[in-house]
Design a protein around this ligand. Structure first.
Ligand SMILES: Cc1cc2nc3c(=O)[nH]c(=O)nc-3n(C[C@H](O)[C@H](O)[C@H](O)COP(=O)(O)O)c2cc1C
Length: 431
């Protein structure tokens, strides 16, 4: 889906305005579970089919939100789409209420995919010319996620050079054009211009999430916090939610990898298609990683592994007045360094670390990259409460030995797809 996608993906190479490299797509139907699809409906006779499309995407597990153009509301009511999507339909760009809750930027950020179905000839023209004269075109302009468009119109409108040029322009910018199909049209004419059949559209949309780039590879990911027991009821831990590691596991599975997810305690549901190994402490995580690391082509250490653990774990609950003292001193000992041990192996997999820092992010990240002999490190500022721990969004910088890439604020899922693509490219270059 990402092939040459400039509208879909934005990446910034530090000090160099390089464009994001292409990403191949396709292969088997995959689940749309928890995929956030922003469905744009434009003013065409096929707009009524957006109702069925919404249901079918939801059947596959997608979370669907809807934007309608003003013309679209003449063909199908926002109330219908609100009832089906179970969310208010977004109609206006300049709506103070909407802007205060979820404006066009937030909508664009929310989406994993923007799908415009049906897309009118008028919409193709406005999108291709870079206009932002209504909510839908503005969200498409603001999008950092992929954008797919399913045109539907009279065959003469579709075959007109202007429409063909607009469509070609969008393809060249990385927008996926799904259809149209040949057949009898609502106007009674026959030709190319029908909205792609809904079944087919759902298949194509799910395919867009499968890059197939890590087919045949094993990716081991650690995620979440660890808990270091103090006594039977207390432990030392941290604020890691596991969301970033789990999102990476999904993205790696979507890319066709066999994924082993070694997870500390989280509140997250086990992702589909992923071998989940649940652990509690840093020592458990270390043992689980060591047991299977020989089979891994890629190791991504996202877990916030505790550096230290209490030297002694008390057999019984420590009582407040145990020694008649008003303070308690815990002696801590160092935990095994899970990622450093992976990176030290003679048969080391491509090894990626995460640096969650609250200050001097670049300095600490680069130091960790070098000290631990990592191939790549992903740094983020967890001191910023809008991103990082527990948040659904993140903004990161990826450091290699010789360069850095900024990935601006976006959903952890989108970031994960970018990271998996970056990793795939490194593996290909290393061949
Ligand atoms: C009854 C009727 C049916 C239409 N069907 C289509 C259509 O299928 N595809 C299309 O591109 N335009 C169609 N149009 C024209 C669009 O509605 C018109 O270009 C409109 O400005 C599109 O606005 P939008 O792109 O903002 O949604 C139709 C117009 C009418 C009156």
């Amino acid at each position: 889906m990402r092939s040459g996608c400039k509208a879909g993906i934005i990446a910034f190479l530090k000090g160099d305005a390089a464009t994001w490299p292409g990403i191949m797509m396709n292969k088997p139907l995959i689940s749309l579970k928890n995929r956030r699809i922003l469905l744009g409906i434009t003013g065409g006779i096929a707009a009524y089919k957006a109702a069925e499309l919404t249901r079918r995407l939801q059947d596959q597990g997608a979370d669907v939100r809807v934007i309608m153009t003003r013309s679209a509301t003449e063909f199908i009511t926002p109330l219908t789409m609100q009832a089906l999507s179970t969310h208010p339909v977004h109609l206006d760009l300049l709506n103070p209420d909407t802007e205060s809750v979820m404006g066009h930027i937030e909508l664009a950020r929310w989406a994993d995919l923007i799908l415009i179905a049906p897309a009118s000839a008028n919409f193709l023209a406005r999108f291709a010319s870079g206009q932002g004269d209504d909510l839908l075109t503005t969200v498409c302009l603001a999008a950092q996620c992929p954008v797919a468009v399913a045109p539907a119109m009279n065959q003469a409108m579709w075959s007109k050079p202007a429409t063909q040029t607009n469509s070609a322009t969008l393809v060249q910018r990385g927008v996926q054009i799904l259809g149209p199909e040949d057949g009898i049209q609502a106007c009674g004419e026959t030709g190319s211009g029908r909205l792609m059949a809904i079944d087919q559209l759902v298949v194509r949309v799910s395919e867009l999430f499968n890059t197939g780039r890590l087919q045949g590879k094993t990716v081991m990911i650690t995620a979440g916090p660890t808990r270091e027991a103090i006594d039977p009821v207390r432990y030392i831990s941290n604020h890691s939610s596991g969301k970033q590691g789990y999102a990476l596991a999904v993205a790696a599975a979507d890319a066709g990898a066999h994924v082993i997810l070694v997870s500390g305690p989280t509140n997250l549901t086990a992702p589909d298609r992923v071998e989940l190994i649940q652990v509690i402490s840093a020592q458990d995580m270390h043992a689980a990683v060591q047991a299977q690391i020989a089979s891994a082509d890629v190791f991504i250490g996202v877990a916030a592994v505790a550096d230290y653990r209490p030297k002694l774990v008390q057999q019984h609950k420590i009582k407040k007045d145990q020694n008649g003292q008003r303070s308690l001193t815990l002696e801590l000992v160092e935990n095994p360094d899970v990622i450093a041990e992976v990176a030290m192996r003679a048969d080391k997999p491509f090894t990626i670390g995460f640096a969650a820092e609250t200050e001097r992010v670049e300095t600490y990240a680069r130091k960790k990259l070098i000290d631990k002999k990592l191939d790549m490190i992903v740094a983020n500022n967890v001191g910023n409460t809008e991103i990082g721990f527990n948040s659904d969004v993140n903004a990161i910088t990826v450091y290699f030995q010789d360069r850095a890439i900024d990935l601006p604020k976006m959903s952890k899922r989108s970031l994960s797809e970018h990271l998996i693509e970056l990793i795939s490219q490194q593996l290909i270059e290393a061949l």
